[in-house]
Design a protein around this ligand. Structure first.
Ligand SMILES: Nc1ncnc2c1ncn2[C@@H]1O[C@H](COP(=O)(O)OP(=O)(O)O)[C@@H](O)[C@H]1O
Ligand SMILES: Cc1ncc(COP(=O)(O)O)c(N)n1
Ligand SMILES: [Mg+2]
Length: 535
């Protein structure tokens, strides 16, 4: 094998870099004008330290981005010898080599968002600042890592002034924890939520467009409270505080999840809220795992994929949170946009769909089965269940996660008999009586609609928001709303505030769009916004 030359050995590196930038421009043009756009994967560059224990730093960023379906490249600023006891040693990468890594990635790959973690020397901050001026990206998220949860210093106080002067004015978001916020503010004590609010406004004056002061370490707080400030409004973001030793790396993971969501196209506030939910879910799932002997354990970022394997569908317990963003395919729409069902499904799950139903009314049985098999692979790789509309034979043949039936299809109790206790069964219901019957028949959830008029189903009676409310209140099963729902009315639907309404099912809002991935991430962000409380 011919060894690759080091970049320093390539003559006229600038020419190479200009060539790459020109290629990038051309690529963008092709991408915008064809369906290749959908296959572009959102990209976060993490500039951070390596944690040998893999709970925090670069390793946490890679796992978080993987869990969120986003590509993550890495520029390593330091190598730490670290475990659940603490940090045993730190080896700082020379700034010249950090600069080379940055140029390698930024000159070649289409980075959407840069996320920074441990920046252990002023020289590293300076080269980063320089590179970001040379290769601007869509967003910069700065996690000003200074001290590890174990209390070990990862970046000394000398970096504070260069962070303030060079990096924060370029940042879209800065995410200090309590100790870091205090250090940025010259040692100001931060003990209460009101102190955190005040700190957020002061740090905002250092130039970052948004500030998130994280309260993981707030003493005596029953909830995990973070304060978000966008320069205008202060928001208090609360989640339950998970009692666990496994919280090492929460800060890194939160910032990389926010970056991943921004890379997918979310607005800043939606990205922050979705990421806080992600941390809470991962901590809850990992609260009892046991890695290492020290006081600070790592958590499991890929829990969603794991929980699916052990799942639900093999254990016979359906998870209603899967109904959050329910994608229903339509072959007519895919034909119109000249894409395959599998491409459409891939884009929908990459954009954030949490469950998929294949609905093929006209397909030949054998083609339908092949499509279903490929779609199951795609969905399961993302931890998303796949259901088949109506065709129990297809669901059995491809071992789908379940079936969705309408009122004129095979009755749900027969479906249960055929599929057994472990598969998911959904039933379309317009009335309270139908919802009651679905429960008696052993269904797992009901779909209620059409909430709004729609072209997808001919002669479909619209139940409206009031009909949806009535059915939700009466139903003993979780409900997903369907019919004419899109990103402009999804908030109003979820806003009815009845706890067993668990999400929205959509057809046109995802598949009658040029870019399914973008439509799915927008709708996902809208739903997160509509369902997360803020004060
Ligand atoms: N025990 C916990 N339960 C739930 N959320 C937590 C817990 N600890 C931290 N968090 C959340 O994790 C994120 C990172 O916070 P924090 O631990 O303060 O940052 P860092 O890891 O940088 O010290 C925040 O959103 C915080 O609210
Ligand atoms: C390389 C590296 N980067 C960041 C952190 C902070 O993470 P935490 O605050 O959870 O210890 C860390 N411990 N190590
Ligand atoms: Mg922490």
């Amino acid at each position: 094998m011919v060894p690759l030359p080091l970049i320093s050995q390539i003559p006229k590196f600038n020419q190479v870099s200009r060539f790459c930038m020109a290629m990038k421009k051309q690529e963008e043009m092709v991408v915008a004008s064809s369906d290749r756009y959908e296959t572009r994967i959102p990209h976060v560059l993490s500039v951070a330290g390596s944690d040998s224990g893999a709970g925090a730093g670069i390793q946490a960023d890679l796992k978080t981005c993987a869990a969120r379906g986003v590509y993550c490249s890495t520029v390593i600023t330091a190598i730490t010898a670290q475990n659940t006891v603490g940090v045993q040693d730190v080896n700082i990468v020379p700034e010249g080599f950090v600069s080379k890594q940055l140029k390698s990635v930024l000159s070649d790959m289409q980075v959407d968002v840069v996320k920074t973690g441990m920046l252990p020397s002023t020289g590293i901050v300076q080269v980063l600042h320089q590179c970001l001026k040379e290769f601007p990206v869509r967003a910069l998220v700065v996690d000003p890592v200074m001290v590890s949860t174990s209390g070990d210093v990862l970046a000394g106080p000398t970096i504070i002034s260069v962070l303030q002067e060079e990096l924060l004015p370029m940042a879209d978001l800065v995410t200090p924890n309590l100790k870091e916020a205090s250090a940025l503010l010259g040692g100001m004590p931060l003990k209460t939520i009101s102190d955190m609010r005040h700190a957020a406004t002061l740090i905002h004056q250092m130039g970052s467009k948004n500030v998130l002061v994280k309260g993981g370490d707030l003493p005596d707080s029953l909830d995990a409270v973070d304060i978000f400030f966008d320069g205008k409004d202060l928001h208090e973001l609360r989640s339950s505080r998970i009692k666990s030793r496994n919280t090492h790396g929460t800060g890194c993971s939160l910032a990389s999840c926010i970056s991943a969501e921004l890379a997918k196209g979310s607005s800043m506030f939606s990205a922050v809220k979705a990421s806080k939910q992600f941390i809470e879910r991962a901590l809850r799932y990992s609260k009892d795992i046991n890695i290492g002997h020290g006081p600070q354990g790592p958590f499991d970022h890929l829990c969603r994929l794991k929980s699916r394997e052990q799942s639900s569908y093999s254990q016979g317990c359906f998870n209603p949170t899967d109904l959050f963003l329910y994608a229903v395919t339509d072959s007519g729409m895919n034909e119109r946009w000249d894409r395959s069902i599998t491409d459409a499904v891939k884009a929908a799950v990459e954009g954030g769909a949490t469950i998929v139903q294949i609905r093929e009314k006209d397909a030949k049985t054998r083609d339908f089965l092949e499509v279903a098999k490929s779609c199951i692979k795609i969905c399961h790789a993302h931890g998303v269940p796949l259901l088949i509309n109506d065709r129990i034979d297809i669901a059995l043949a491809c071992d789908a996660d379940g079936v969705h039936v309408g009122q004129s299809d095979i009755p749900a109790h027969e479906v249960r008999r055929l599929l057994g206790p472990n598969k998911v069964i959904g039933v379309s219901c317009k009335t309270m009586e139908q919802a009651e019957q679905a429960w008696i028949d052993g269904a797992d959830y009901i779909g209620c609609g059409g909430v709004y008029p729609t072209n997808t189903k001919a002669n479909n009676l619209t139940v409206g928001i009031d009909g949806l409310k009535r059915v939700c209140l009466a139903s003993k099963l979780p409900v997903v709303a369907i019919g004419g729902i899109n990103h402009t009315n999804a908030a109003a639907v979820m806003g009815i505030g009845i706890p067993n309404l668990r999400g929205v099912a959509v057809v046109s809002a995802l598949f009658d769009r040029q870019c399914v991935l973008e439509a799915a991430s927008k709708l996902h962000a809208t739903l997160v916004e509509a369902t997360t409380s803020n004060v």
